[in-house]
Design a protein around this ligand. Structure first.
Ligand SMILES: Nc1ncnc2c1ncn2[C@@H]1O[C@H](COP(=O)(O)OP(=O)(O)OP(=O)(O)O)[C@@H](O)[C@H]1O
Length: 230
């Protein structure tokens, strides 16, 4: 399985948002787009998902099913949390959803609430479970842990790692250096305009062996002098 973006150019009202951006991703691989706000990271996810069309360049993929965890969750308001989670499952396995939901601190009662009755962090977990259970082999994750505390984030990271070990590939967009260190096989550091790749960091250690001390070590080693968000 392979995703390839080859010299992509994308414009909005003739303003070049993305210029000559090239990128590849294989089965079981996680690559992170790390760069300043507004540099075009979400736009790249939208291009991969086919929600935007490049002005020039080529996108090819033989992944079978794409899952997209949007920054703003995008739960369907007229469906319960349970209905939102199961909507893309080939066969809704309710006991499996209840068991997985319990792992991330959602009760059975929570699963029968509507999105307007959920807190921001609960809605994020519902959207995350929908992604984990949708059967995708390529996951596009746009700031997937915003609004979640560290313990919950660690639980979700473990659940995501299980899927990655089974072959799911991910493109991760995050502002969080620790998240990038924890989850990436490769981090692309991007320029403020045009999605130019300033440099890359390859992290070969298996994801399952990484913990908070690993995150701290990588952040201290690789993010020195990166002040986009301070
Ligand atoms: N619908 C739109 N209309 C006009 N300009 C847009 C639109 N969507 C995005 N842009 C512009 O495209 C650029 C890239 O936006 P994008 O959301 O991809 O950035 P980002 O790196 O994901 O930002 P953030 O980290 O803040 O989420 C920005 O300069 C933004 O102003």
């Amino acid at each position: 399985m392979m995703l390839t973006l080859d010299h992509i150019r994308f414009e909005i009202l003739r303003d070049p948002i993305i210029r000559h951006f090239s990128f590849t991703l294989q089965r079981g691989e996680v690559k992170t787009l790390f760069g300043p706000s507004g540099c075009g990271k979400t736009t790249v996810l939208r291009l991969i998902a086919g929600l935007e069309t490049p002005k020039s360049g080529k996108i090819s993929s033989d992944f079978q099913k794409i899952g997209f965890l949007f920054q703003e969750n995008r739960l369907l308001e007229n469906l319960t949390a349970m209905q939102n989670i199961t909507i893309f499952m080939e066969k809704a396995d309710i006991p499996a959803v209840i068991a997985l939901a319990a792992k991330v601190g959602l009760t059975q009662g929570d699963l029968y609430k509507y999105p307007t009755e959920l807190s921001g962090g609960m809605a994020k977990r519902v959207a995350f479970l929908r992604l984990l259970l949708c059967g995708c082999d390529l996951a596009l994750l746009d700031e997937p842990f915003v609004g979640l505390d560290r313990d919950l984030r660690d639980i979700l990271v473990r659940l995501l790692n299980d899927k990655i070990e089974q072959g799911m590939a991910c493109v991760l967009v995050t502002h969080d250096r620790f998240e990038a260190a924890r989850l990436s096989h490769e981090i692309l550091f991007l320029s403020p305009k045009g999605m130019k790749i300033n440099h890359r960091v390859i992290l070969p250690e298996p994801l399952s062996s990484r913990d908070s001390s690993y995150e701290e070590k990588i952040v201290a080693r690789e993010f020195q002098g990166i002040h986009y968000y301070e």
